[in-house]
Ligand binder design. Structure first.
Ligand code: NAP
Length: 285
């Protein structure tokens, strides 16, 4: 799989697995662990989760799947890139390391590769930044970053954290159907070599049924979901983290990482889903 590089030089796969809505129902636990395990076997190396998902349940699912995959020898720990997120209400100087310790325990890991502030909340960014840097210095996290921060928030982050800004990534809603970040946020991040992680890249499944995309996809011999994913990762500096539990979806999405869209294909998508002409507030799901 193609990778981008975090500013620190660490490779980041262009396509990973999302895990929102996992870990909410104990009765589904085995099925969900099996799906994440199957994803690892297929070749997914980047997994995105959060303490919020299933109130820790998704991290447990991911942790169990990783533990099983490591035991079976399907993958080595250093080949995986695990992302988790701290709730804004926990993102204080003391709360951040405590939340991180709970996440590490649920994930059964020594280190989270990328730890994100899930969205801006009541604690000053400067405090979160200080706590994140301490966690990185202590080796509990490999890198830190943010999520759902718009361009002005990123400017503020750079001011309060001080330059050089070591925030490794910003995870936001970005898809063929929601192109707002292209106006100023994505260029801002590109200037700093800071990848944008696109969440809900299939618009929570809706783009798979988009009539215009379906028509174009059919002509190219792919599915609309694959076209939507291939478009997202064709944008320089962007990685996508589609969530899928069904095996067919997992395989389909992984294969999208190898699709090459031509300049004509990209121009056609621009006509179907127009790029932004002005700044609009970041949309949060
Ligand atoms: N930072 C944040 O605030 C934030 C917010 C939202 C999401 N996220 C992260 O981003 C991840 C992805 O976003 P998302 O879960 O909101 O939406 P998404 O990935 O755009 O869509 C997921 C939905 O699409 C379906 N799907 C997946 N592949 C498909 C395919 N090839 N064809 C047809 N349907 C397909 C899935 O079904 P099945 O599961 O049944 O296969 C699921 O219902 C999340 O899971 C989470 O990790 C982060």
């Amino acid at each position: 799989m193609k990778t981008l590089q975090l500013a620190a030089g660490t490779p980041l796969p262009v396509l990973g697995l999302g895990t929102w809505r996992l870990g909410e129902d104990r009765a589904l636990r085995r099925t969900e662990v099996a799906a994440v395990r199957a994803a690892i076997e297929m070749g997914y190396r980047l997994i995105d989760t959060a303490e919020m998902y299933g109130e820790g349940g998704a991290e447990e699912v991911v942790g169990q799947a990783i533990a099983e995959a490591l035991r079976a020898g399907d993958v080595k720990r250093e080949e995986l890139f695990i992302v988790s997120k701290v709730y804004p209400h926990n993102a204080s100087r003391k709360g951040t390391p405590a939340a991180c310790a709970r996440s590490l325990a649920r994930l059964e890991l020594e280190q989270i590769d990328l730890y994100l502030l899930h969205w801006r909340g009541e604690h000053p960014l400067a405090e979160t930044c200080e706590a994140m840097r301490k966690l990185a210095a202590d080796g509990r996290i490999g890198h830190w970053g943010v999520s759902n921060l718009d361009t002005d928030d990123m400017e503020e982050l750079a001011t309060v954290c001080g330059e050089p800004l070591d925030c490794a990534a910003n995870q936001v809603y970005y898809s063929v159907g929601e192109r707002g970040p292209e106006f100023s946020l994505l260029p801002w991040q590109r200037d700093r070599g800071m990848p944008l992680m696109a969440y809900s890249p299939i618009d929570q499944g809706a783009l798979a049924g988009d009539a215009a995309l379906k028509k174009m996809a059919q002509r190219l011999g792919v599915t609309a979901a694959q076209l939507a994913l291939a478009w997202v990762i064709a944008q320089p500096g962007v990685v996508a983290i589609p969530k899928a539990m069904r095996e067919a979806h997992l395989r389909e999405n992984l294969a999208a990482a190898d699709l090459q869209l031509s300049a004509d294909d990209l121009a056609e998508i621009d006509r179907l889903h127009l790029p932004p002409r002005r700044k609009t507030p970041l949309v949060m799901i």
